[in-house]
Design a protein around this ligand. Sequence first.
Ligand SMILES: Cc1cc2nc3c(=O)[nH]c(=O)nc-3n(C[C@H](O)[C@H](O)[C@H](O)COP(=O)(O)O)c2cc1C
Length: 379
Amino acid sequence: MLFEPIRLREVTARNRIVISPMCQYSATDGHVTDWHLVHLGKFAQGGAGIVMMEATAVEKRGRITHGDTGIWDDAHVQGLRRIVEFLKSQGAVPAIQLGHAGRKASMARPWYGNGPLTQADLDRGDKPWSIVAPSEKSLGEGWLSPRAFKAGDFDVVLNAFRQAARRAHAAGFEVAELHGAHGYLLHSFLSPISNDRTDQYGGSLENRMRFPLEVAKAVREAWPAGKPLFMRCSSIDDVEGGWTLEDTVLFSKQLKSVGVDVVDCSSGGILGSATAAAKTTIKREPGFQLPFAERVRKEAGLMTMAVGLILSGKQAEEALQAGRADLIAIGRDALYDPNWPLHAARELGVDPEYALWPHQYGWWLTRRQPLLDKAGIKR
Ligand SMILES: Cc1cc2nc3c(=O)[nH]c(=O)nc-3n(C[C@H](O)[C@H](O)[C@H](O)COP(=O)(O)O)c2cc1C
């Protein structure tokens, strides 16, 4: 199943492998650079069905760091279009994750500490900026305190998401994903850990879901009907008193009713990093988030994407065969091996002739193969 094409609205991906969105913290004032073209381009050459661009900020103040990519200005479209065109030329579906960092905005790039901006960052020219969130609660000791959303803020941010969808379409992206996970703005509305509002956007589950659903609805209306819309969720906060898998199932049913096609089932991040080996009750072992994708798929009745320590073609294939997900996202293992999809195809025996490889490479590799076979070397 991994290498069977999948149709999502009017878009067909050549297989079910998605390169997970991964921030590179390497943009200049939101503009992509050649780094992004090569970084994403090699995954398209590597055979992925869908290549998803990193969390791209819909508002300047919604960047995680000074190095985040942005889509808050029409001037960002040109650079994005160049990437889209290359991804398409290599047979991949170009996708973009639209994000707003909320209270996790204005922090240091990972390699400069991944925490609040310090004097050393200031000396580099990376100054902090004012941030917004559902409540004034900061991420923790030493972090910036956000300003709580006021009446006018909802429309401003909704409109930023709408405009971002319009620009993503103009750049030629075929899939859009809303970043509703990892403690960023939309997730911080959902979770009782970060949302203690007392108006219609806080308190009950229904109220906490209201703004993320308004965003999903607004983007669905601004995004062409033929193009699929995904939402990434933190399926659980894994924090006492936090967002639960039951909440994700209910939220997913609502997402389905506003026209979201796929729920991308991640987890964590409400109080810190989603990828670090934080204190979690769920053991970080291969496929640890698969049960979330499975439960949402079965109970909410919409397509899911599984992500998190999926490391081999066999593991991905088994998850699909067992009906646990419809799409498989590969993150860090694609950094380790940009040709992950092509290697998985070899592993699963679906590409004995290197037919899926770019012909610039495949032509040579087929001719080398008998030599390797003779020497007993496996590739
Ligand atoms: C360098 C890096 C950047 C990331 N940036 C994002 C991002 O922009 N948006 C997001 O939703 N997740 C982001 N993540 C999380 C990944 O998309 C993925 O969910 C996570 O790494 C788990 O999958 P893996 O075990 O296959 O890496 C990032 C992860 C890494 C390693």
